[in-house]
Write a protein that binds this ligand. Structure first.
Ligand code: TYM
Length: 335
């Protein structure tokens, strides 16, 4: 059974159940979570409160949460070695989020690129949750006094804001929060859409050919990689200009842990067709065992429930301590 070890650093990270997980989520974040489990206190969450900033169909949302819980276990999140809870089960998050929103400036939140992007994309539903979302994310992190936050590059700005809020709060009230650092992998930090290399690969993209979902079948994977945009050069060479071929090289590098120069050498005499076949092969090889384990876990709902309940209890116990300290420091009357 998992226990916090005071001699180890603490990792916190979360993913939203906003659609099916993509290869971008896996290579940018989840793959690194798994590697931390032996040497750090790991606390992971399905950030379902964040997801309702965009309208959700209740039945689909409900089913997706449990499916993603199973999928994370299939990816290697091990409830014996880490806490893996569902955010809405732990009420301290919403409570600290409100408090932190009173220490976060309108101007800071207005500068968040994710807010700007999402308010363009969902122009009929620019709700205040979408705007204050970074306060909830800061609460997630600060409640656990986390040292390191493994994320993809798109979350860097939110982690910087979390640090600013924590420093501001500590300056006012003393040493309440630990100041966290991001951990962004070299390869895989920014996996782009297969159809438009200017955009990140996203689980909420309407064009299914733009992403590889972790549960895509081998046929679909081959088809999507074949359709991935490249150019007419037919040279497996990194341009550093955010092109389609750069994205494919990045994906291959992250899957194989090979350096870009090694990949360029490996495919010196190959065309894009050969390179794409090799990428599909590697993706299928990586996802196949995950898919098999997913099929096992999703049929064992009781096992999933035991784990998310146990994790929620542990998360509440840890986070309540921080929340109590915060409330006391501000001057709230304790019960
Ligand atoms: P979310 O659910 O959009 O993404 C989850 C994780 O996957 C990374 N990621 C990517 N990495 C590389 N390439 C991509 N195309 C790609 N797309 C997504 C993200 O950077 C992230 O690490 N707000 C967060 C969830 C969250 C959170 C937190 C994260 C809530 N609270 C506290 C860290 C700490 C989000 O929407 O991630």
């Amino acid at each position: 059974m998992f226990e916090i070890d005071k001699n180890k650093k603490t990792i916190f990270s979360a993913v939203q159940p906003s659609g099916f997980l993509t290869l971008g989520n896996y290579l940018g974040a989840i793959k690194n979570w798994i590697n931390f489990q032996d040497n750090y206190n790991c606390i992971f969450s399905l950030a379902d409160l964040h997801t309702i900033t965009v309208k959700q169909n209740p039945k689909d949302f409900h089913d997706r949460i449990i499916e993603l819980y199973a999928l994370f276990l299939a990816c290697g999140v091990n409830p014996e070695k880490s806490i893996f809870f569902i955010q809405s089960h732990v009420h301290t998050h919403a409570e600290l989020s409100w408090i932190l929103s009173c220490f976060t400036y309108f101007g800071e939140l207005s500068r968040m690129t994710q807010f700007k992007d999402k308010s363009q994309k969902y122009e009929n539903n620019i709700n205040s949750g979408l705007f204050t979302y970074p306060c909830l994310m800061a609460a997630d992190i600060l409640l656990y006094q986390a040292d390191i936050i493994p994320v993809g590059a798109d979350q860097k700005q939110h982690i910087e804001l979390t640090r600013d809020i924590a420093i501001r709060f500590n300056n006012l009230y003393g040493d309440i929060f630990k100041i966290p650092e991001d951990f962004i992998p070299k390869a895989g930090a920014r996996i782009m859409s297969l159809q438009n290399p200017e955009k990140k690969m996203s689980k909420s993209d309407e064009n299914a050919n733009s992403y590889i979902a972790l549960l895509d079948s081998p046929d679909i994977i081959v088809k999507k990689i074949k359709k991935a945009v490249t150019d007419s050069n037919n040279l497996v060479k990194f341009t550093d200009k955010n092109t389609g071929i750069d994205n494919l090289i990045n994906i291959y590098s992250s899957l194989t842990n090979k350096k870009i120069v090694e990949i360029e050498q490996e495919f010196e005499n190959s065309n894009y067709g050969i390179f794409k076949n090799k990428i599909s092969e590697k993706i299928i090889e990586t996802l196949n065992p995950i898919q098999e384990k997913f099929n096992y876990y999703i049929k064992n709902k009781d096992y999933l429930e035991i784990n998310y309940k146990k994790s929620a209890e542990m998360a509440l116990e840890i986070s309540q301590k921080t929340l109590n300290k915060v409330k006391e420091s501000i001057g709230f009357l304790s019960l």
